[in-house]
Write a protein that binds this ligand. Structure first.
Ligand SMILES: *Cc1c(COP(=O)(O)O)cnc(C)c1O
Length: 402
């Protein structure tokens, strides 16, 4: 008889956003007159910019004519997009070859799939709190042992809390796969060049690989914060990097991302780049031509200007939340180089308890920090992706119930 993958059975039942949706639905059903403001889920709300729309319209027309119709594209992206990405990296002093860039339909898929090319025995390290995809995808692969009392028993959790300035210490047990995400979801914090250099040196010394998620790099406002791990000397020998147009350019529903794997990255004499190319060639058939033309337009002068305006809009919201909550007496982090604000719950109450209080009394939906990992307990996350007016109103309401 067929046996299922038992690792799926070990996954904890209620996914964070499902549980939030359940509580929100229950409250709404009981209080149909109450208007909720949602600052919970990290999805964008501003429309695609005109430069992207124009490029996609043009591409649609090309698909409708025999002379310009396109079927399957290259697995890893059209040259026009690879070159635009390469030029963008070059501006940060990072030189890449086309075949070090893999265009895909999402950073979530890439983060989740990358484990295919690494052995099951590898020890994984994640920051705590963390974007749940890194953890759950490794659990599905059978790397994390068993889920006991809210924790996996074969993973290195690296606590990031107020006490350590949200900067994880180098672990005692040497991990093989180290997931880092900066600017960070959920804390909104960033890593300096010195911090990343410490990780790069550690990984090179121990033969670990850093899986670096820079999905939010476009939100960095401070001048000396690295946008890519490849700005750090030695990173090409130990790191690969996930990027996405989702938060940068509002592509969450359009779908386009890319992963960079330098040719220098080898383990046991095997090129990680070649393995990923082989994996993608077998399991992935590329991103649609229309979407890739839209993504290319993000890098044009017009596209850059327009997407920066959108990001400035979200930054304004972030500032409103950050400063508003601070004035109301909460201790807040993030929101400067990221669309996320990470707030300490008042008087040490639990994050689900604070979530419920804000839902019931302020009619504002947030995300309880505990949902991102054990060390998220005692915090909540708010996102800057809402409308401007709704965000101001939400902050006022939260302040009034504290
Ligand atoms: C939103 C997000 C992504 C992007 O995912 P896509 O699949 O490209 O939409 C990647 N990493 C983190 C941490 C995110 O929050």
């Amino acid at each position: 008889m067929l046996k299922i993958n038992d690792n799926f059975q070990k996954l904890p039942g209620s996914y964070l956003f499902t549980e939030i949706a359940r509580r929100v639905a229950k409250y709404s059903a009981e209080n149909p007159d109450k208007k909720l403001i949602k600052l919970g889920i990290g999805d964008v709300t501003r429309p695609l910019v005109p430069a992207v729309i124009e490029a996609m319209h043009k591409a649609v027309d090309e698909m409708g004519r025999e002379e310009t119709f396109r079927g399957y594209g290259p697995d890893n992206g059209y040259d026009f997009l690879l070159d635009a990405i390469r030029d963008d990296y070059k501006e940060r002093g990072v030189c890449l070859e086309r075949d070090e860039i893999f265009v895909s339909d999402g950073a979530k898929s890439d983060c989740g799939n990358i484990g295919d090319i690494f052995a099951k025995e590898n020890l994984v390290a994640v920051c705590d709190p963390v974007y749940p995809v890194y953890v759950d995808s490794n659990a599905m692969a059978g790397r994390l042992g068993d889920y006991v009392d809210g924790k996996w028993n074969n993973i290195v959790y690296m606590p990031c809390t107020m006490e350590n300035g949200f900067e994880p210490a180098l672990p005692d047990r040497v991990p093989d796969m180290i997931y880092l995400c900066y600017p960070n979801n959920p804390t909104g914090m960033v890593a300096t060049k010195e911090t990343l250099k410490k990780w790069v040196d550690y990984a090179n010394e121990h033969g670990s690989v850093i899986l670096y998620d820079s999905a939010y790099e476009a939100f960095i406002t401070e001048p000396d914060i690295p946008h890519s791990i490849f700005e750090i000397e030695g990173a090409k020998n130990c790191a690969l990097e996930f990027r996405s147009f989702s938060k940068t350019a509002g592509f969450t529903g359009t779908r386009c991302a890319y992963t960079v794997i330098p040719k220098e990255l080898e383990r046991g004499g095997v090129s990680v780049n070649k393995l990923w190319a082989r994996r993608q060639g077998t399991k992935f058939n590329g991103v649609s031509y229309i979407v890739q033309r839209g993504a290319e337009a993000v890098f044009t002068a017009e596209g850059r200007k327009q997407t920066q305006e959108t990001i400035a809009f979200y930054h304004k919201n972030a500032e409103v939340i950050r400063e508003g909550l601070k004035s109301a007496g909460l201790t807040v982090f993030g929101g400067v180089n990221a669309p996320y604000i990470w707030a300490k719950t008042p008087n040490g109450i639990g994050s689900w308890e604070f979530f419920d209080k804000l839902l019931r009394e302020a009619n504002v939906v947030t995300t309880p920090g505990e949902g991102f990992g054990p060390s998220g307990e005692g915090y909540i996350r708010l996102t800057a992706f809402g409308g401007a007016e709704a965000t101001c109103e939400a902050v006022k309401r939260v302040a009034s119930v504290l």
